[in-house]
Design a protein around this ligand. Structure first.
Ligand code: CP
Length: 307
């Protein structure tokens, strides 16, 4: 039995196979419509979500399976003090696979230790979000045709933005990928990403505060929301939240083929006037997320070769 807790749980070869499967699902959805008949996914969401929870549920329904779960800690027995370890023992009796989002870093890993079903980390605190990363990778690979030879700008809350941490960890495994880390000093990437991931792998990167200067260099601009829920100090959040706002004037500084990605939800960091720009890929990214999660379910259930 396999879990998906960290993007590095899949090797580069396994990641490529999973993305190939997701692309095949995109092209031939009918082929997969009954593969999970009789299977159930439990979505255990202790934190709010729109995309991740609904796309996991849509993914299982598209595969012919069923869904159950909860969408907040308050509506589960966590509110009565039940531990994640006990909860997963129960859920192992009800479902074949589960996706868990939790505000505490490492909670899905704790669950996996007692689980009899595959556990997917659907976002744990400010730590990792591997299924978003696989979605981001499918988006880049589908729209750019490659995951190597890229200059990627990551902009916004690089401290608390778990999608940023997972994406950097995954992409350092590809040739000639460079990063420009655009953030206010208070929201720089954590030192473990800088030292243990970027520097340990000799990956070229620079940390800057100005978005405009970097735009002409980029193949991908990955915008992120300032994560209000991770701040201890409301005044600090209010001071930092609108540091970067991507608008039409800034898009004029970028390459004609630069893609704009965002894990969503967005707040103010991308002006709605950018949505109609052909380089805005963030809503297409959402659609890729369904194919990727279908591929993840099939792979973890060992059904990827059943079609
Ligand atoms: N991208 C993402 O994780 O969105 P949700 O918080 O809506 O799931």
């Amino acid at each position: 039995m396999r879990h998906l807790l960290n993007p590095l749980d899949f090797s580069v070869e396994e990641t490529e196979r999973l993305l190939d499967l997701a692309s095949d699902i995109e092209k031939n959805p009918g082929k997969y419509s009954e593969v999970c008949k009789g299977k159930k996914i439990a979505t255990l969401f202790y934190e709010p979500s729109t995309r991740t929870r609904l796309s996991f549920e849509a993914a299982m329904l598209n595969l012919g399976g069923s869904v159950l779960g909860f969408s907040s800690a308050a509506s589960s027995s966590a509110s009565k003090g039940e531990s994640v370890s006990d909860t997963i023992r129960m859920v192992s009796c009800y479902a074949n696979i589960c996706a868990m989002r939790h505000p505490k870093e490492g909670a899905p890993t704790v669950a996996s230790l007692k689980s009899r079903i595959p556990v997917v980390n659907a976002g744990d605190g400010g730590h990792q979000h591997p299924t978003q990363t696989l979605t981001d990778m499918m988006t880049i690979r589908s729209l750019k045709g490659r995951l190597n030879n890229l200059t990627i700008g990551l902009c916004g809350d690089l401290k608390f933005g778990r999608t940023v941490h997972s994406l950097i960890e995954s992409l350092v495994r590809y040739e000639n990928v460079k990063f420009i880390l655009i953030s206010p000093p208070e929201l720089r990437v954590p030192s473990y990403i800088r030292e243990d991931v970027l520097e340990a792998n000799n990956i070229p990167y620079k940390e800057v505060t100005c978005m405009e200067d970097s735009l002409p260099e980029l193949d991908i601009l990955y915008m992120t929301r300032v994560q209000q829920e991770r701040f201890f100090n409301e005044a600090e959040y209010l001071r930092l939240r609108d540091t970067y706002i991507l608008d039409k004037a800034k898009m004029d500084l970028a390459n004609k083929d630069m893609l704009v990605l965002h894990p969503l939800p967005r707040v103010n960091e991308i002006s709605v006037e950018v949505d109609d720009d052909p380089r805005a890929a963030y809503f297409r990214q959402v659609q890729y997320g369904v194919y990727v999660r279908m591929a993840i379910i099939l792979t973890l259930l060992g059904l990827d070769k059943a079609v």
